[in-house]
Design a protein around this ligand. Structure first.
Ligand SMILES: [Mg+2]
Length: 209
């Protein structure tokens, strides 16, 4: 099979740290409550989670810690080599992440990613406004992948998906080949074709030739 497109999750696959928003809770001093709310609502009521976290806990806070975190988050080992190799092979790339727009755009610009989809924590005059644009809730990544496939004239069977958690299960089931990368999710590992345990993204390349 010749694969034409690779669909990446962001946190834990391209960047260190498996949940940007929980790290932001730490940076903004809202971790305890943030963790509790995330455990309670992430999979059951994303709108409520957004309202409680962004609309209440973070609204009005200085956004500097957010931008600092975006700038300082480190790539997983091998990411840059992997993207330049995919480009060489003519394979298109997409990131679909429930993480922040600014970090996804940093990856897009630094790695030359073809398509990116993410959520957006709104900031105005350096202040977190309390609004959150969230096209990617829990379990809504697949429709964006299908959109890209249509645009690129690629079949889902020609797509490889690389993810690390429960939110990547849906698209892992849809694509031609799925990889669980450094995953702590039993559910994801059980639906994926292979599991990569070594924390080096270049490990995906042998499956793409
Ligand atoms: Mg992840």
């Amino acid at each position: 099979m010749t694969y034409k497109l690779v669909c990446f999750d962001m946190d834990g696959v391209l960047f260190e740290g498996n949940n940007f928003w929980l790290r932001l809770h730490k940076a903004l001093g809202t971790y305890e409550e943030g963790k509790e709310l995330t455990e309670k609502y992430l999979k059951t009521d994303y709108a409520k989670l957004v309202k409680e976290v962004v609309g209440r806990l973070w609204k009005g806070k200085n956004a500097d810690p957010y931008f600092d975190l975006v700038a300082s988050t480190e790539y997983i080992f091998g990411v840059k080599d992997t993207f330049s190799e995919l480009k060489k092979r003519g394979i298109k790339t997409v990131i679909i992440s429930s993480g922040p727009k600014h970090l996804v755009e940093r990856a897009r610009d630094e790695l030359g990613v073809d398509y990116v989809f993410s959520n957006n924590l709104m900031v105005s005059n350096g202040i977190i406004t309390g609004e959150f644009d969230w096209p990617i809730g829990f379990g809504s990544k697949a429709k964006f992948l299908k959109e890209v496939c249509d645009k690129e004239n690629v079949l889902l069977s020609e797509v490889v998906s690389v993810g690390d958690n429960d939110n990547d299960v849906e698209k892992a089931k849809l694509v031609g080949f799925s990889i669980a990368f450094n995953s702590g999710s039993d559910e994801l590992r059980s639906v994926c074709d292979v599991e990569i345990k070594k924390k080096d993204l270049r490990e995906i390349l042998p499956y793409l030739s």
